[in-house]
Design a protein. Structure first.
Lengths: 118, 110
């Protein structure tokens, strides 16, 4: 059974970097059939796909247009996990952040509530 | 405003059949398969239907999905109180090069 365990701070100051990690059990971040995703959810923006990374003989990275200039998703094969970094955050980035697995977004982490506030 | 359009609310009585629609365009629903998710309060969304009409293991056959052109639908038959939740459609968008979600439909079981 695949499980995703999220970790990271729940409070980030404006202009700083939001960093979250998602540890994978029951699957591999280097899987040739899966992709690893970050999604966020807020009352104002609903569910928003932020981006994904996946391995198909080499690593690929795809990011959503709304955050493309500020986001990095990185795999860590030594720890079988992947991470999210979102730079220059504002209060608009306050949301519940989920990591998840593709295809079909069939496995989700429990979610991390991140508040951007001074 | 979401790329995919869902009605904000739906309702039904126990035992009834309800349908939730999801309207998109040629760059998303028109060219890719649709997934549906159920979200109970305070929890992460759960995959309900994938590839338009397939159910993951453990999802009751009361839930079914369909797609036609640039629209998709989720049907729930034999409505039960535990079906009260938010429902979302999602699909890959070829123009935006990312997954897009509907705004969600809050289902109330009267």
């Amino acid at each position: 059974q695949v499980q995703l365990q999220q970790s990271g701070p729940g409070l980030v100051k404006p202009s700083q970097t939001l960093s979250l990690t998602c540890a994978i059990s029951g699957d591999s971040v280097s899987s040739n059939s899966a992709a690893w995703i970050w999604i966020r959810q807020s009352p104002s923006r609903g569910l928003e796909w932020l981006g994904r990374t996946y391995y198909r003989s080499k690593w690929y990275y795809e990011y959503g247009a709304s955050v493309k200039s500020r986001i990095t998703i990185n795999p860590d094969t030594s720890k079988n996990q992947f991470s999210l970094q979102l730079n220059s955050v504002t209060p608009e980035d306050t949301a519940v952040y989920y990591c998840a697995r593709d295809p079909y977004i069939d496995v989700w982490g429990k979610g991390t509530t991140v508040t951007v506030s001074s | 405003q979401s790329v995919l359009t869902q009605p904000p609310s739906a309702s039904g009585t126990p035992g009834q059949r309800v349908t939730i629609s999801c309207s998109g365009s040629s760059s998303n629903i028109g060219s890719n398969t649709v997934n549906w998710y159920q979200q109970l309060p305070g929890t992460a969304p759960k995959l309900l239907i994938y590839s338009n009409n397939k159910r993951p293991s453990g999802v009751p056959d009361r839930f079914s999905g369909s797609k036609s052109g640039t629209s998709a639908s989720l049907a729930i038959s034999g409505l039960q109180s535990e079906d009260e939740a938010d429902y979302y459609c999602a699909v890959w968008d070829d123009s935006l090069k990312g997954v897009v979600f509907g705004g969600g439909t809050k289902l109330t079981v009267l």
